[in-house]
Design a protein around this ligand. Structure first.
Ligand code: HSE
Length: 307
């Protein structure tokens, strides 16, 4: 008889200012619901709900990750995989990471393979590479493990969790403009100067320390990116205006989420964001650009089995 498991894989914010390709956190209230079932044959059959996704198993991040894990396990059976999305792919919120991490986690549960979440990351990365054309784990790792995760290396995978203030709140601002991760990487310089490297390292150290000590002033002074944000913000209409507004409304940090177009602001839980959202809405309405918001805490559980 065919068996089935359903998992939830959270959306995630990567880069987080100075942590280009190495720092990310998982988001509550947004993510993929993935149902994986065994089949009698050896086919991988994809069903997508809520978004248009590649139906070819060689091109879908979830099935590529799944295939990589099954090759490792020596499992030759097929699967039906249903991917239910409640957020838009290409938004900068780790959509491909959610699908890839969710699929390999589900297979590990379904096949009782017994791998740890850390051990599953490389297989999910094999899937995510299909979308981003680059091997970085700053979405996969927080999606899998939850909370803030800093990635020291992908080959072999090496990462550590970073403590953060319990009362941290996130506001996602998502203007309706298309940006592809692979293209947003193309526009970045291939090398950086020493002064830029020093300043980015100092900010990364400051941000991690600020998060661990719940030192909001240090977080605010450190959450800056000199590697990607100066180039990518040109792809996001009104970025500077929205950033200025966020800081004027008590943000303790604001930047591009992943490769955009979504942006994120960090706030203390008690901060009032209604006036900020109204002001941002006005900017995008005037420019005739659709705008969505998502407000939540940090997801500390990562991908999980829904029973
Ligand atoms: N760190 C990646 C980037 C995240 O900024 O390109 C998007 O996959």
């Amino acid at each position: 008889m065919n068996r089935s498991v359903t998992v939830h894989a959270p959306a995630s914010v990567s880069n987080v200012g100075p942590g280009f390709d190495i720092l990310g956190f998982a988001l509550d209230g947004m993510g993929d619901k993935i149902t994986l079932s065994t089949r009698e044959d050896e086919q991988y059959v994809i069903e997508a709900v809520g978004a248009e996704l590649p139906m070819n198993p060689e091109k879908n991040v979830a099935t590529v990750g799944l295939r990589s894990l099954c090759n490792h396990l020596g499992y030759k059976g097929g699967f039906d995989i249903k991917i239910e999305k409640n957020f838009t792919p290409g938004s900068g919120l780790g959509s491909s990471a959610s699908s890839a991490a969710g699929a390999v986690f589900a297979a590990n549960e379904l096949l009782l393979a017994g791998l740890t979440k850390d051990e599953l990351v490389p297989f999910a990365l094999d899937g995510e590479v299909v979308a981003s054309k680059n091997r970085h784990a700053d979405n996969i790792a927080p999606c899998m493990l939850g909370g803030f995760v800093a990635v020291k290396g992908c080959d072999p995978f090496d990462a550590f969790s970073v403590d953060y203030p319990n009362d941290l709140k996130v506001l996602i601002v998502f203007p309706d403009v298309p940006i592809k991760t692979a293209e947003a990487r193309e526009i970045l310089p291939k090398s950086i100067g020493m002064a830029t490297g020093i300043s980015q390292s100092a900010n990364m150290a400051g941000l991690i320390t600020g998060l661990m000590r719940s030192d909001y002033e240090l977080i605010r002074n450190s959450l800056h990116d000199e590697f990607a944000q100066p180039y990518r913000k040109q792809l996001i209409p009104h970025y500077d205006e929205v950033s200025d507004l966020a800081y004027a409304h008590e943000a303790v940090g604001f930047n591009i989420s992943g490769s955009g177009p979504a942006m994120f602001g960090l706030f203390k839980a008690q901060a009032e964001t209604k006036a900020l959202k109204t002001a941002i809405e006005k900017i995008y309405n005037q420019a005739d650009i659709g705008i969505q918001f998502h407000e939540s805490g940090i997801n500390h559980r990562g991908v999980e089995h829904l029973r």
